[in-house]
Write a protein that binds this ligand. Sequence first.
Ligand SMILES: [Mg+2]
Length: 249
Amino acid sequence: MLRALIFDVDGTLAETEDLHRQAFNRAFAAVGLPWHWDAALYADLLTVMGGKERLAHYIDTQHAAEAGALHALAPEIHARKTAGYGELLSECRLPLRPGIARLVAEARGAGIRLAIATTTSRPNVDQLLAVNFPPGAQPFDVIASGDEAKRKKPAPDIFLLALAGLDVAATEAVAFEDSTAGIASARGAGLPVLATRSRYTESHRLDGAFSAVSDLGEPGRPHRHLAGLAWPGHVVTLAALQDWHAGRR
Ligand SMILES: [Mg+2]
């Protein structure tokens, strides 16, 4: 039986990546660094999962000569980035991607459990949910985020943590992802993965997913099918997910 849905956050629940990029740039300016991450560079840097890890990788590869001093400054940069990201999210009221709120409501109504498995820091998750769900109505039973898992995606740790929190088996759940590393992480935890393509993962291979689509779609606003299983009416509904899940045993 399908008992749980587990969602990645950045690129999957919402197109958050460009706000992360802008927040990094604001943080660099605030500490007096003349750095600017443009969209193309940020797309490359997104192969490193986790904001702190991404920053450390950039320092090591682009500013190796001053790496010691820059790593010492990194916690302040990251703290300013997280605060700035929260401000940007609230300012622009960043919406969820097509179909997310509908599918979450369908699952909630059917007693299906919901979880988040993300490498992003917890305040970033809370802020996105606060912007998109009424106070006190946050629908996720389990939120596994940031540094709770020792190894970031593509390691399976964060999805395993979400499964343990939900107390369901991987075969009873479906993961939603938008990146190559995220798909590998979920698959490593034994989860089937439905991939949606996001703005910043346009070049990513979505191979490991049993179905890849442009987004979940809405009735009257169908998605584009990309690969693997296609969905009736080009919309991912809970009923269609349950049908697919029942058929794979
Ligand atoms: Mg993602």
